[in-house]
Design a protein around this ligand. Structure first.
Ligand code: M6R
Length: 605
């Protein structure tokens, strides 16, 4: 995740900005930069790679300004090179930004038509020029930001500093968190309170939609309707806690809401999103004849979805195993097989042992891993990083959607190399993948309605999740999430299997969550839903507009999803099942981030 900091100080702020950025390092980043004002002039320093490179630059060129902003960038739009590093600047302002501007291409084109020359691949620069353009019409910085906000779509947060304004920082939150720190004649901004923990522990968190105007002696906050508001000021534990939840209630909630950005970051590694093309591959897919996946838990479900993709898009035979079974089965491994291991932690004992089994058999192994420098990452021959950033909550959320983003991108690449999909289909699939962050942002807005729906699950003893095709593993994942977080009993089934046993469980007390995008499995799923409804089951349908119309009479509740292309449906439909598990658990009062008996990294058999 990108990290934002801002300081209105009494002394030169450059070293303090670097210190604050250091405290945000845990979020992951690939370049960094700071900007200050000297005699009203904007000056910045940026560097690729770790903060030490930026620090080295500072030893050669000291900055004296007492106001500044800083950023650690986790690339989403454009490569992690200096040109794309923040702060971005125009004649009038400097900006640091976290999140995604969904309509940036459209705005970029409009700005270029007005004669602005945009030099980076980022969506951030578009915000900078949009506000600058408005400033040229004579508006004040606050008016220009308010006006520009109304034209931006997406989930994002930014902080701004203006040329000639030595006592002004403006920040806005439309998604990722932002904290304000209160000092004595000094003020701070940070992606979380950890950033400024060594300067102050008085903090307030912006609510979603807030805009903050900071001077050294005041903080004025406005809500999304531009109404002046107050936000609770509290003492932060940022000095003790290295990673903070911001104003989310749990890490899990924070991580669910990070998904538009985390998936975007993942996709940027595998696709050149600006040109809508695949990036070069580490695997020669024409030499692969069979894929053999071994993983555990949620990671295993990601491979079940991948099976549909690799079979249909690349014509590859795919085998899926839970790693605890694979490692003791003595599975034969033919030439042409690529064993692939998916793991968030990269330390799961069974997955690691399965990888070592394959290596011992002389196989070349691949791994899709999140934790950098983990054992699986170090030992696999080919590594596909998921790049979802640190995940603290025991429940996998953002790492699951990033695993899926990697797997989908690889399946398209395999299909292309193996000549199974033509250029037109490849373009359509890539176009669909690029849209995932936008769909996820849209679905996250359903949180309040999903929360109220969850109240009725509290009376249930059991719940069923069903789906067909790529929605079947999402049903399994939904049931797993509910079990692990709320301790309610839940099972996931292929909808077609209902009548082969589980239908006996159905009575009027059992909620049945149906994962049913309007895809080519939809009609079949609906037939199974009718069978369940006829036996009194309480049907909760997760579908889109067309699906809802077709099932109006059988569903007691519907979670209305955006219409999405088939390939992205499992990634987007993962969000409501995460939200259901989360809110049911919160309502039941369980320990959401650290459910009983579970560990984030399972290093024992
Ligand atoms: O670290 P890994 O991805 O290898 O972990 C595998 C499972 O333990 C994990 O996916 C687990 O099922 C999830 N934390 C559940 O939310």
């Amino acid at each position: 995740m990108c990290g934002i900091v801002g300081i209105l100080g009494k002394n030169p702020v450059a070293p303090l900005l670097v210190d604050a950025l250091k405290r945000l390092e845990y979020r992951g980043y690939d370049s960094a930069g700071i900007a200050t004002l000297e005699n009203g002039q904007l000056i910045r320093l940026r560097a690729e790679g770790k903060l030490v490179s930026l620090k080295n630059k500072l030893t050669k060129r000291s900055l004296h300004g007492t106001i500044g902003i800083g950023h650690t960038r986790w690339a989403t739009h454009g490569a992690p090179i200096k040109r794309n590093a923040h702060p971005h600047m125009t004649e009038k302002l400097a900006i640091v930004h976290n999140g995604i501007i969904e309509n940036f291409l459209e705005l970029r084109t409009a700005l270029q038509h007005k004669g602005y020359i945009l030099e980076t691949d980022t969506d951030t620069e578009v915000i900078a020029y949009l506000i600058t353009d408005t400033l040229y019409t004579g508006k004040t910085p606050l008016e220009a930001v308010q006006y520009s906000l109304s034209r931006l779509k997406g989930a994002f947060t930014f902080a701004l500093m203006f040329a000639g304004e030595e006592d002004l920082l403006i920040a806005a939150r439309r998604g990722p968190p932002l904290a304000v720190g209160y000092g004595e004649g000094e003020m701070y901004l940070g992606s979380d309170a950890t950033a400024f923990a060594s300067f102050t522990n008085k903090v307030s968190y912006l609510e979603d939609g807030d805009l903050a105007v900071l001077t050294r002696n005041s903080v004025t906050l406005f809500d999304e309707n531009a109404k002046q508001v107050r936000r609770h000021k509290k003492k932060s534990a940022g000095g003790i806690l290295l990673i903070s939840k911001g104003n989310y209630r749990h890490f899990m909630q924070k991580e669910m809401f990070e998904q538009p950005e985390s998936v975007s970051h993942t996709l940027a590694r595998y696709l050149d999103c600006a040109r809508s093309v695949l990036r070069p591959q580490k695997v020669d897919w024409s030499a692969v004849t069979r894929l053999s996946f071994a993983s555990c838990g949620t990671a295993y479900y990601s491979t079940l979805i991948a099976k549909y993709w690799f079979e249909s898009l690349a014509g590859l035979t795919v085998e899926n195993d839970v790693a605890s079974e694979f490692r003791y089965r003595n599975p034969p491994l033919s030439a042409g097989t690529l064993p692939l291991f998916v793991s968030q932690s990269g330390e799961t004992a069974d997955t690691l042992a399965s990888l070592r089994y394959c290596k011992k058999k002389g196989m070349k192994t691949g791994a899709i891993v999140n934790a950098v420098e983990s054992s699986i990452m170090r030992e696999a021959d080919i590594v596909f990083p998921t790049l979802a950033g640190p995940e603290i909550s025991v429940a996998s959320t953002k790492t699951f959607t990033s695993q899926l983003a990697v797997l989908a991108s690889l399946a398209v690449a395999a299909g292309k190399t193996r000549g199974v999909i033509d250029k037109k289909r490849e373009d359509a699939l890539i176009g669909a993948l690029i849209e995932i962050p936008r769909y996820i942002s849209e679905v996250l807005k359903l949180e309040p309605s999903i929360e109220s729906l969850c109240r009725e699950f509290l009376r249930a003893n059991h719940m069923l999740y069903i789906g067909r095709g790529t929605s079947y593993p999402i049903a399994l994942e939904g049931a797993l999430k509910l079990k692990e977080l709320s301790y309610l009993h839940a099972e996931g089934y292929a909808a077609g299997e209902l009548k082969h046993g589980p239908i006996a469980l159905i009575d009027e007390k059992i909620p049945i969550i149906v994962i049913a995008p309007y895809d080519h499995w939809f009609e079949k799923t609906v037939s199974n839903v009718r069978e369940a409804a006829a036996r009194g089951g309480r049907i909760v349908l997760i579908t889109d507009k067309r699906g809802a119309v077709a099932t109006a009479l059988i569903a007691q509740a519907t979670i209305m999803m955006p219409e999405v292309p088939d390939i992205v449906a499992p990634i987007v439909y993962a969000i409501p099942v995460q939200l259901i598990a989360y809110h049911t658990a919160v309502l039941l009062g369980t320990d959401v981030d650290q459910p009983r008996n579970l560990a984030k990294s399972v290093t024992v058999e």
